[in-house]
Each structure stands twice: as C-alpha cells, then as structure tokens.
Design a binder for this molecule. Structure first.
Ligand code: ZN
Length: 282
C-alpha cells in the first residue's frame, strides 16, 4: 500500500530571521539572542527528537549562519538529511536592488554550503516565502531542482508563477507549504511585532493533527482512485521556535499521531522530488 509522504522541514535561520525584519535588530543583543537560541539550544533538541523517532528531515540554512556557526552543517549532513539553500543574508527577495544582487546572494550561500557539505544543494527556499520578479530565472539558472515556497496546493507540482505579470511555468518541482503548517505563524513572538500573541500548545497540536488527518484522507482517496497521489504533508519549523521544550513536545505528539495511522513515510525533499519526476517524466 502507498504510504502518505511526510516532509519535516526546518529553517535554521538563527539571528537572520530578526535582522531581516528590521536592520536595527543588528544592534539589539536581546533580539539577536532569540535567534542564537535556535542554534545553541533549539537545533540540538530538534535533532534529539528526530533521532528518537529515527526520522530524516530537510534543513534550509542561510549561508551567513553556516559561515558563522561552522559546526551546524556537519551536524545536519549525515547522509540521510537533505539541506537546501535559504539565501546568504535572509534578505526578502523583493528587497534586493537588482537581479544581480539577488543572484550574488544565493550564489554566495551556495558556495559556502557546497564547500561545507561536499555536495551541491538542489533546493531553494525563499526567506520571505515569496519570489521577486527575478527569483525564478535565478534559481533555474543556478540549476536548482526544487523549491518550497508556494501555498496554492496540497500536492507537489511544477513551480508556476504565471499569476503575476511576466510569470511562467517551469520544470522546478515545488513542494507545497502553508502558514498553517508553520510554527512561526503560531509562536513567533516579539514585543515589536504588533498584535502577536503566543498560541496555546494544544491548539497548535490540534490544528496540525487535523491538517494531517484531512490530507491523509485525501491522499488515500486519490491513491484508491488513481493508484498514486502527489499529496503530501509538509511541516515547516524553526529550531529557535519549535526548539523550546514545551513546543518540541507538540512536534513529538504530532509524529506519534501520524505514526498512529501505521501508513506514513518520512522522506526528504530530495526523495520527494525524485519520486515526483519518476512519476511524471518517465
Ligand atoms: Zn528563514
């Protein structure tokens, strides 16, 4: 029987998630320490959970973070996990002054990651979960196989930006994400983010379990009807957010809930893309 694919993805942003929101945060040690927590405490806790359940995951790492914390990539690069390009500076793509500046930033990250990994990352995740008018050209020219930024589907699809002027279809495989399956939407907190409140743990667990249940039902229905399906469950977390003790317990309970079906398979982005291409390009 076909097993429901689950992708656990982590954006190892460190302090860059705060610096990109407000350049002044570069002068605020407490704001930066929130990000540093992710590297120092959150990531080890996430890795402990993955080890406990024996699961592979996909990590997107800004080049700046790989450079500043050279122990991070070797920790993740275990031959099983996948690691993708998350830009160098975590700048929102539409904030770059030119195509050249955006390209240079991604290439800088790619060089650092490739040197540290010993292999070249094939995936790109935008720091803002948005593309600039140049992003698609750049990631195609750089030879990326997949991206994971679009919120328009429950299924893996080819990346298509035709909704905007000058947009188009591409052969880059897009792994669907959504704010509802992102820990930052529920828990990213700072007194400077107006109106933000931390959500109760049980609410987030309930939400993620119900999202999984619905997608699982649709996946199984499609498999029964067509023999296969591109529906998948993609969770996006940040070690500095999910890596608090209380929240990592939510991740563990979600994993236990999904495992309760007896019919899920945890795969990396790389594996998901290979399977998608084998199914649609054979
Ligand atoms: Zn990020």
């Amino acid at each position: 029987m076909k097993k429901m694919p689950v992708l656990l993805t982590f954006d190892v942003d460190g302090e860059m998630i705060w610096r990109c929101r407000d350049p002044e945060n570069a002068n605020r040690p407490v704001a930066l320490s929130l990000g540093e927590y992710g590297i120092k405490c959150g990531l080890p806790r996430v890795l402990k959970t993955l080890k406990k359940f024996d699961l592979p995951a996909t990590f997107f790492v800004p080049g700046f973070i790989a450079e500043k914390y050279p122990h991070v990539i070797p920790l993740l690069n275990d031959g099983r996990n996948d690691i993708g390009n998350h830009s160098y500076s975590h700048t929102y793509p539409d904030k770059f002054p030119s195509k050249e500046a955006e390209e240079e930033d991604y290439k800088k990250a790619q060089k650092i990651l490739t040197e540290q990994l010993g292999w070249e990352p094939k995936g790109y995740r935008s720091p803002a979960w948005e593309y600039s008018v140049h992003s698609l050209d750049i990631i195609e020219e750089m030879g990326f196989e997949y991206a994971s930024n679009m919120m328009g589907s429950d299924s893996i699809e080819y990346l298509d930006t035709s909704a905007v002027p000058g947009g188009r279809k591409s052969k880059i495989v897009e792994l669907p994400i959504h704010w509802i399956l992102d820990d930052a939407a529920f828990w990213m907190y700072s007194v400077r983010i107006v109106g933000k409140a931390m959500q109760p743990l049980e609410s987030v667990l309930d939400c993620w379990c119900r999202e999984f249940d619905g997608l699982y039902e649709d996946y199984m229905a499609e498999v029964a009807e067509k023999g296969d399906s591109d529906i998948c469950f993609v969770l996006t977390c940040h070690p500095q957010i999910i890596g608090r003790p209380s929240r990592v317990s939510v991740l563990e309970r979600l994993i236990e809930h999904m495992n309760g079906t007896g019919n899920v398979e945890y795969i990396t982005a790389k594996t998901a893309v290979e399977r998608f291409r084998a199914r649609h390009e054979a």
